[in-house]
Design a protein around this ligand. Structure first.
Ligand code: ADP
Length: 221
């Protein structure tokens, strides 16, 4: 599902080698953590996968397609094939929970009936039904992150990528959010979560790819 071959990323402006010769493979339906301390290259990896950055060397495939073959114009369409969750949630303050999730569905299917059915079903799956009329300002950090996750899966995508999804959360909320990633994974979605939260990674027990100064340190099964 996700395949990297000899991927190196150098930030030209600072001459920082953020990733060096990364080879990794995530199988369809797998749940994998990318862990490592701050500055080890986790965000860079996620940003390469969503084509926010280009690799300096090496090749990346997502769902069978080489990212190098995607043109600038094709990037928005490519990103719509991925569910992406960031640390800072990026919700719209002027829309309620329902509207925040519906927005992503509207882009692919403008049918009101479809939107209502899909959003209701995803909010229910993630235990958010009671909050559907709230604005982001009326939610806790954990609740906001669950809404971000609902948005990432409302289009029934095969892959969910997350960059520090629990970075701003207390331990209890972190555990709840990670449990929802687990629930999504059990429905067959391929999940890649970059996190420095070793406690959660340990608890869920999935394969871990550990980055250290841009290199893969060890993989734990
Ligand atoms: P992590 O997500 O594990 O904290 P990052 O991928 O953000 O790590 O960073 C890896 C390395 O690349 C760090 O040394 C960081 O300072 C550097 N870096 C990250 N983003 C940039 C950037 N936009 N320009 C230059 N250097 C960067």
């Amino acid at each position: 599902m996700i395949y990297l071959e000899h991927v190196t990323k150098i930030y030209e402006d600072t001459k920082t080698m953020a990733l060096f010769d990364i080879n990794m493979r995530v199988e369809r339906g797998e749940f994998v953590f990318v862990t490592g301390r701050s500055g080890s290259g986790k965000s860079t990896l996620i940003r390469l996968l969503i084509k926010e950055l280009e690799a300096t060397r090496g090749r990346i495939w997502m769902n069978g397609a080489a990212l190098s073959g995607i043109t600038e114009k094709g990037i928005p369409a490519y990103r719509r094939t991925l569910g992406v969750v960031f640390q800072d949630m990026r919700l719209f303050d002027d829309r309620d929970v329902f509207g925040n999730v519906a927005f992503v569905r509207e882009i692919v299917n403008p049918s009101r009936k479809d939107i209502s059915r899909r959003v209701t079903s995803v909010l229910s799956l993630l235990g958010l039904t009671d909050l559907y009329k709230r604005r982001p300002s009326q939610l806790s950090g954990g609740e906001k992150q669950k809404v971000a996750l609902a948005r990432a899966i409302v289009n029934d995508l095969a892959v969910v990528l997350a960059d520090e999804p629990t970075g701003n959360l207390d331990p209890q909320s972190s555990a709840e959010v990670m449990d929802l990633f687990e629930r999504i994974h059990r429905r067959g979605v391929t999940v890649l979560v970059a996190t420095h939260d070793m406690e959660q990674a340990d608890r869920l027990g999935h394969r871990r790819i550990v980055l250290e100064e841009g290199r893969i340190q060890k993989a734990i099964r």
